[in-house]
Design a protein. Structure first.
Length: 389
């Protein structure tokens, strides 16, 4: 990026709306207190990065104790998963407050924060999948993939409205709290709780209306309801209002969903292919890391375009390995001879992950370097001269 591209950063002004009562009355006072526990020399972006580390620790713990993502594991494991996710949420909200406290707010902070959030979408889905004992199944695959959708639509909405809007019930607040509660429930009753009929868990006659519906099915229905009936319609409405006020087309932005649909379609056709070994041989975590980098790049590019006032990014080259992998795995579905065996598919997935990690790292480091150079700031430290007295 050149100086001309970055010149829009001079006009930067962060705008957000949070309507959540849970956030306003309970969590914000806690986050305000938590912020005071950090020394003034701790950079906001470092706090953001530390939050992601808690999720990575969660996944490492899962891989050690319940690598099949089913379990059951020891009770304390599920409590630790809830704690790790809660700490991630806390650090994700403290970073901005630390930035204002130290006078180090910058557009890099917003990009870094939302970039980490984008990575955590899929990783958080893996943690939830393991906590509820979904395993490497179709349900587990759905949880891992669909976890990315709310972040994409929020970023798409912010690109067009200029405002990060968090409703009365939103993913970063209530969504994470509910996920934490699910993990606590698994710690108390075991992950088998989610695979029993609703009426069996609660016993009361009022729950008989659910018939033989199991808890995991009800949970997935609630996720889809929250996403497709609440979150996405509100995002569309807000974009419609914002563009109407500017006299712009309200239907043109719908084409910008194509990257998400390609991402979801390629990931789903690979995972759910009868010719793939990813779910059969329990490689969902490996696949999750692969697609988390792709989604992280895809969504962070939207935030970058918003900050630099550029055209909406319709494609990222990081989608190529995912698309190619999906096509190779599904060759037999086209009536052609199978091209790879189980070992070769695993090797292909590992290579795709390696390529994606290199592509993402190179891009992220380049963007951070350009921002820090242009804004004359550091990414993970606060120079003593810039810390508020």
């Amino acid at each position: 990026m050149g100086a001309q591209d970055l010149s829009a950063l001079k006009l930067y002004k962060y705008a957000a709306v949070d309507k959540s009562p849970l956030s306003y009355y309970i969590l914000t006072p806690f986050w305000n207190y938590a912020t005071t526990l950090f020394p003034m020399w701790v950079a906001p972006n470092l706090i953001t990065l530390m939050g992601l580390i808690f999720i990575l620790i969660n996944i490492a713990t899962i891989e050690y104790y319940i690598p099949d993502l089913v379990g059951p594991g020891p009770s304390w494991l599920y409590f630790s998963l809830a704690l790790g996710l809660f700490l991630y949420q806390t650090f994700d909200n403290v970073d901005g407050k630390q930035a204002r406290r130290t006078g180090s707010s910058s557009p890099l902070g917003e990009l870094f924060d939302h970039g980490i959030d984008s990575l955590n979408c899929t990783l958080g889905g893996i943690v939830l999948c393991a906590a509820m004992g979904f395993g490497s199944t179709v349900s587990g695959a759905v949880v891992v993939i669909i976890s990315s959708w709310p972040m994409f639509f929020s970023s798409w909405e912010q690109y067009h409205t200029g405002i990060l809007y968090l409703g009365y019930f939103n993913g970063p607040t209530e969504g994470i709290v509910i996920a934490c509660l699910c993990m606590v429930i698994s710690g108390v009753f075991g992950p088998a709780f989610w695979h029993r009929p609703v009426v069996e868990n609660f016993g009361h006659s009022a729950f008989r209306l659910f018939g033989n519906t199991k808890m995991d099915t009800l949970f997935l229905v609630m996720i889809f309801f929250a996403l497709f009936v609440v979150h996405i319609p509100f995002c569309i409405y807000n974009v419609h209002v914002a563009r109407s006020r500017k006299g712009l087309s309200t239907t043109a932005p719908l084409v910008q969903w194509v990257p998400l649909l390609v991402f979801t379609g390629a990931a789903a056709t690979w995972l759910l292919s009868p010719h793939s070994i990813v779910l059969r041989d329990n490689h969902l975590v490996l696949f999750g890391f692969f697609i988390c980098l792709i989604f992280g790049r895809m969504t962070t590019k939207i935030i970058l375009a918003h900050l630099l006032r550029q055209e909406f990014p319709m494609f990222t080259t990081m989608l190529v390995p995912l698309i190619v992998g999906s096509l190779v795995v599904n060759v037999p579905s086209l009536g052609l001879p199978k091209q790879i065996n189980a070992g070769q598919e695993l090797a292909m997935l590992q290579i795709c992950l390696g390529i994606s990690a290199l592509m993402y790292s190179h891009w992220a480091i380049s963007v951070i370097h350009d921002f820090t150079t242009y804004l004359d700031i550091d990414c993970l430290t606060i120079p003593t001269r810039k810390v508020k007295a």
